[in-house]
Every structure is written in C-alpha cells, then in structure tokens.
Ligand binder design. Structure first.
Ligand code: UDP
Length: 413
C-alpha cells in the first residue's frame, strides 16, 4: 500500500526525519493515508488539509462527512474524494449535542462503520476535525489503523460542553496514536484536558504559499477598488474570514463608526448558517450610520488580491483564536495587520515588531490602532516588511507540509 520515496524526493518531502534516513541511503516507506474531515466548507482546517492531501506522495484519499466547495477544490487538484453523508449526524452541533445524539445514534453507527470500511485500505487514518475524530476513532476496533488527530480547537470549558470534552478526553487517551496541534494555545488546552505530558502534543503552525500572496500585483488591487466603487486614496480596512459572532465583525463596525472617512470591506460569508448574524451586522451598520462605508464582498477565492487591495488588515475575534490563518496570509500579502491578542494569535504577531496587537472586543482601542497606523505610514510599512520576513521564515507552506509529513511518517513507523 505504501510507496518508497527516492532519496531526492525524501529529502524534499520532510527534511528532519526523512532526510536523516535518506542520508543513510535507507528506503523510506511513505504510508498511504485516509484524511477525514467533517466539513464540505472551506474553513481554516480545510485549507490546512488541502496542501497536505495534494502533496502526499503515496496513495491517499479524502473522506468527507459533508459535501460542498471543499470537495470541488480537492477534486480540481486531482485529490480523490469519498463522501460518507449521514444527515442525522451532520445535524449534531456542539450546542445541541446532548439533545440530538440519541436520535442520531443509528446514523452515527452507520458512519463509524463506513469510515472503518474505507480506512482498511490505508495505513494511517488522519482525522482533521472533531466529528471526524469521534467517528473515526470509535471505529478503531473495526479498522485497527493508526490514528493521527490534527487539533484545530482550543478545548477549554468556555468553548466546548462537558459532554464533548469528556468524549474527546477518552477518545484521545484510548484510541489516538498521535496528535498535532495547530498552535500552542490549542495544545495547552488539550494537555489540560487529558492531563498528558506537553511533549505528547507537538505544535505545527499552519503555513501559506508566500509567493502566491506576494506576487499579486497592484492592477488586481485597482480592479477590486473599482468593483467597490472606491478611489485609490480612500483608506480601506479589510476584515477577512467567515462571518460569525465570535469572529467579531460587529467590533470592526463599531470601530468604523469612530473613523468617519474610512471604508471597511468584509470578505467572507456565513459558512455554518450564521445568517442571523449577517442580518444583525446590516442592522448595526444602519444604526451606526456607516452603511455607505461598509462593503460585503462575500466568499472570495482570490484572497491575495483582496488583501493587497486594502491598506490595513484587521483580525477582531472576541474569543481566543486557535490559530488564525488569515493573519499569516495578511502578513504574506505585505499588509500591516492589527490583531486581537488572544490564543494562537500571540504566537504569530509581535506587538509593534511585525504587527499590532489590541485587546479583543474593544472597538475604541481598535479604532485608535487603525488611526495610529494611518498617521504613521512608515511605521505601518516597517511592520508589514517585518511580517513578510517572519512569515517566510516561520510560516511557509513547504515547512508546514514537511513537518506534517514528518509527523505522519513517525506514526507509521
Ligand atoms: N477564506 C477564503 N475566502 C474568504 C474568506 C476566508 O478563502 O472569502 C479563507 C482564508 O483565506 C483562510 C481561511 O478561509 O485561509 C480561514 O481560516 P482561519 O484560520 O482564519 O479561520 P477559521 O475559518 O479556521 O476559523
């Protein structure tokens, strides 16, 4: 099932572990992997799985528990996708877990069996989301494959209910062979929950294709401003990511109301049914009298161009962000980033060095930070330049894929 890498391929794929073996001229067996993700939508967890699945050199497939644009994106990049859809399971969300699970039990068992059946054809089961973790790990007695879990969440009491934390705790203790966390913030929360040694939850930060973000030219940016009906001289603030209450778009609107001559563009959509929040943003804009200066761009595939079209990029999450891909993307796009200092964000942004940190949920301080960077373009440029260097050095796509490959191969050995 697995494929042996040539020495050259091995050195490229995973510098630390593989290249040690490659230097001893030993053949390295790359395991076949079944990647499992619960979402058909394109969120941060899915964007981090995408390059791993695309670049995996041995047999691999992605098994999705819901259909959507993520499937199309994977297939357009020649990754084979297998769908295992069970409507009753997809209805279970973290708020309604205790009410729904009993009715969903037959569906859950069907999905556990379906994943296990499929997993038998692979060496490793890579579980990318929490529902995938539960359903994939429950089937371990059936598939008997090694399991690696990519943790993308901060597992604290504030974010997850008692029951969900209990399930995660037992499953990770008894069925998961290896965990990789997307930030120290996520890792620490899991270590607290399952009471394991910190070294058993290693951290691999996400990476971005820096060239893709930095090569987009000014022409695209000009086109986007035309699309919004904005002249070049208007100071445009950008907030990127799905529209959801904890992403704090309402905080950005409050800040906009304090900055009378600026415009704000929200790039992203309500991916998980937060339509009521979108409506509340529109009402808030009217109430604040900023609707003429607020632009909803919807979900966009060309994030580099949109990021380059703005003068400053905001991150406004009101809860600690597990990682925040949009921040490293903004840094790669060469724009100054103002971010809410909590969770994984403080592992990326260094205040006044490569970006600007503000306390979460405070519109006045956010408005001050925006105004400060506008008034000091040289400072803003210096932060953006340092951010680009930092992202090249610490958050590159190649390093991310290499470290994840390393982790997966170690589990297989
Ligand atoms: N994204 C996108 N188009 C949009 C909005 C967001 O492609 O219109 C992408 C964005 O570039 C980033 C991801 O969605 O890669 C969001 O990841 P992040 O970690 O910031 O947030 P999450 O969705 O995981 O909470």
């Amino acid at each position: 099932m697995n494929r042996t890498l040539t020495t050259d391929e091995a050195a490229l794929a995973a510098p630390s572990f593989i290249s040690e073996a490659a230097s001893k001229a030993e053949p390295i067996a790359v395991p076949s992997v079944l990647f499992v993700d619960q979402s058909g939508q394109l969120g941060g967890a899915e964007f981090s799985l995408l390059p791993l699945a695309v670049r995996w050199t041995a047999h691999r497939e992605v098994l999705l528990l819901s259909d959507g644009p993520f499937r199309q994106r994977l297939e357009s990049m020649q990754v084979k996708v297998h769908l295992t859809l069970e409507a009753s399971v997809s209805k279970i969300n973290k708020e309604a877990l205790h009410l729904n699970w009993f009715f969903a039990l037959p569906g859950i068992l069907r999905q556990v069996r379906a994943i296990a059946r499929h997993a038998r054809q692979f060496d490793i089961l890579f579980l990318n989301t929490q529902k995938a973790l539960v359903l994939g790990a429950l089937g371990k007695p059936l598939h008997r494959k090694k399991i690696i879990w990519h943790l993308h969440d901060i597992m604290t009491r504030e974010h997850f209910g008692f029951f969900q934390r209990l399930i995660v705790k037992w499953i990770t203790r008894y069925a998961v062979d290896h965990i990789v966390a997307n930030s120290r913030a996520s890792a620490v929360s899991l270590v607290d929950l399952i009471k394991c040694p910190p070294e058993s939850v290693p951290v691999v930060h996400n990476g971005v294709d820096v060239d893709e973000f930095s090569r987009t030219d000014g022409e695209d940016a000009g086109t986007i401003r035309q699309l919004l009906g904005l002249p070049d001289e208007v100071h445009l603030i950008g907030l990127f990511g799905r529209l959801a209450p904890w992403k704090g778009q309402h905080i950005a609107l409050e800040a906009l109301a304090l900055l009378p001559d600026m415009h704000l563009v929200l790039v992203g959509s309500a991916l998980f049914g937060e339509q009521a929040y979108v409506e509340s943003l529109r009402r808030q804009a009217t109430r604040l009298g900023v609707e003429q200066r607020l632009h909803f761009a919807g979900f966009r595939d060309d994030m580099p161009a949109w990021m380059k079209a703005v003068d400053v990029i905001l991150h406004t999450s009101t809860e600690p962000e597990p990682f925040g891909r949009v921040i490293i993307e903004g840094m790669a796009a060469g724009r100054p980033v103002i971010a809410a200092a909590a969770g994984g964000v403080v592992e990326i942004v260094r205040h006044r060095k490569n970006g600007w940190l503000v306390p979460p949920g405070n519109p006045a301080t956010l408005a001050d930070a925006i105004e400060t960077l506008r008034a000091a373009p040289e400072l803003a440029r210096r932060l953006a330049d340092q951010a680009l260097l930092d992202v090249q050095q610490h958050f590159s796509l190649d390093a991310y894929v290499a470290r994840m490959t390393d982790a997966i191969i170690r589990v297989a050995c």
